[in-house]
Ligand binder design. Structure first.
Ligand SMILES: [Mg+2]
Length: 363
C-alpha cells in the first residue's frame, strides 16, 4: 500500500552520524599497541567514576557506557582503564563538524561524536552524502563513523546503530513502518527502563505491539503526554526539526602574499584564484549570497573593504570575480604595494534546488 506512507515521511532527508566507540577509538589510534585490547575510557577503576566509552573487546565482557568503573573492573579484570583526554576529543569533534558543515548548514550536534544533518536541500542523494562524509572523516581523522539515513531524526538515529561499526543503514519512507515495527520498544530514544517496565506489564514488547492500541487506550496506560508521543514514535513518526546551532553569515577566503605585490596583473591573477576558491566553497556548502566584499591590506597594514550587493544571489565564479575586479579599482591596488587580499560573500539564502524524498525511493 504505497499511499499508506505518512506525509511527514516525505518532507525531509536526515542523516545521523555517530563515531564508533569514539573516545576508545581515538586512544587506540594514538597508541596502536592498545588495539584489540579491552579498553575502558572513563574514571579510575577504584573510583566512583563511570565508563564513558569502551572498545568492542571490552563490550564482549558486558561493559557498556555509564556503567560504574568498579563494576567494569569486576567484569573484566584485564581491562585497561584510560583517563579521558577531552582536549583531544574536542579537536577531532571540530574536524568532523567542519566536514558535516561542508555539506549542509543544518547540523545539530548531540555530543562530541554524534550529529543530525538535514540534507533535504542538497543536490546529492542522502546515501551518497553519508558515504562521502564517512570517507572524509576517515581520511582526516583515521577514525570510523556509522550513519543512519532516513526521513526523520528518530529513524536516522536508530538506523545509525544497525550496521555499527563502520557501516550505514538507509531506511526509505516506505520501509519506516516495518523497520520500526520489528524493534523492541526500548530502542526508541526516550523509553527508559521505567517506561519499558510499564509497557511490558501490558505485554507490549515491540513497537508494532502498540499499533493495536488506540490513543485513548494508550493514554490510560501512560498518561496523555507520553501516550501521544509513543503513538507517533512507534509508527516511526517524528516531526522534530534538525536545529542547527551555528548559522553561517558569510564565507570568504583571503591570502597573505609572501611578499608585497604592486603589479596590477599579478594582483588580478591572485584575485581570480581567491574568487574561484570562494565560488567552489559556496557550491560545496550549497550557499548563494547577494553581497561581495573585497578586502585589501596595504604594505603599511592599513586595511580597507569595498562591497557590492546584487539584486539576486550568486555563487558563480564569473560574477564574483568580475565584481571583485570592479571593487579592486576603488582601491590603491597597482599604486600601493599590497600584502593581503580577500573576497567574502554574505547575505545568504540557501539554494532553491530541492529534491523531494521521493528521490530516495528511486535508489
Ligand atoms: Mg558514538
Amino acid at each position: 500500500m504505497k499511499d499508506d506512507i505518512h506525509p511527514s515521511l516525505k518532507e525531509r532527508k536526515i542523516i545521523h552520524i555517530d563515531m564508533d566507540c569514539f573516545f576508545a577509538a581515538v586512544e587506540m589510534r594514538d597508541k596502536p599497541s592498545l588495539k584489540g585490547l579491552p579498553i575502558v575510557v572513563g574514571g579510575h577503576p577504584k573510583s566512583r567514576g563511570v565508563v564513558s566509552t569502551c572498545s568492542y573487546e571490552a563490550r564482549k565482557f558486558g561493559i557498556h557506557s555509564a556503567m560504574a568503573c568498579s563494576k567494569a573492573l569486576k567484569l573484566c579484570p584485564k581491562a585497561i582503564f584510560i583517563t579521558p583526554n577531552f582536549e583531544k576529543y574536542k579537536a577531532v569533534s571540530f574536524t568532523i563538524q567542519e566536514i558535516f558543515r561542508s555539506y549542509t548548514p543544518i547540523v545539530e550536534p548531540l555530543s562530541l561524536d554524534e550529529a543530525y544533518l538535514d540534507v533535504t536541500k542538497h543536490n546529492l542523494y542522502a546515501v551518497k552524502i553519508a558515504k562521502k562524509i564517512r570517507q572524509e572523516i576517515f581520511q582526516e581523522t583515521r577514525l570510523t563513523a556509522s550513519a543512519g539515513i532516513a526521513p526523520n531524526k528518530l529513524i536516522a538515529k536508530i538506523a545509525s546503530d544497525i550496521n555499527k561499526p563502520n557501516g550505514s543503514t538507509l531506511v526509505l519512507p516506505s520501509q519506516v513502518r516495518n523497520f520500526i515495527g520489528s524493534l523492541p520498544l526500548r530502542k526508541i530514544p526516550g523509553i527508559g527502563p521505567a517506561t519499558e517496565k510499564q509497557l511490558i506489564k501490558q505485554q507490549l514488547y515491540l513497537c508494532s505491539d502498540i499499533w493495536a492500541y488506540s490513543l485513548e487506550e494508550l493514554i490510560r496506560i501512560l498518561g496523555e503526554n507520553r501516550a501521544q508521543w509513543l503513538h507517533e514514535r512507534c509508527r516511526g513518526i517524528d516531526g522534530r526539526l534538525v536545529k542547527s546551532t551555528r548559522v553561517r553569515k558569510s564565507l570568504g577566503t583571503e591570502d597573505t602574499f609572501s611578499y608585497d605585490i604592486k603589479d596590477y596583473t599579478k594582483i588580478l591573477s591572485e584575485l581570480s584564484k581567491i574568487s574561484e576558491s570562494v565560488a567552489k566553497s559556496l557550491k560545496k556548502k550549497n550557499l548563494k549570497g547577494k553581497t561581495v566584499t573585497l578586502k585589501v591590506k596595504y604594505k603599511n597594514f592599513k586595511q580597507i573593504t569595498r562591497s557590492k550587493t546584487f539584486g539576486n544571489t550568486t555563487n558563480s565564479f564569473e560574477i564574483i570575480y568580475s565584481e571583485a575586479k570592479k571593487l579592486l579599482q576603488k582601491t590603491e591596488a597597482g599604486q600601493t604595494p599590497i600584502r593581503l587580499i580577500g573576497v567574502c560573500i554574505s547575505n545568504f539564502t540557501e539554494t532553491e534546488t530541492q529534491r523531494s524524498l521521493f528521490d530516495i525511493e528511486t535508489l
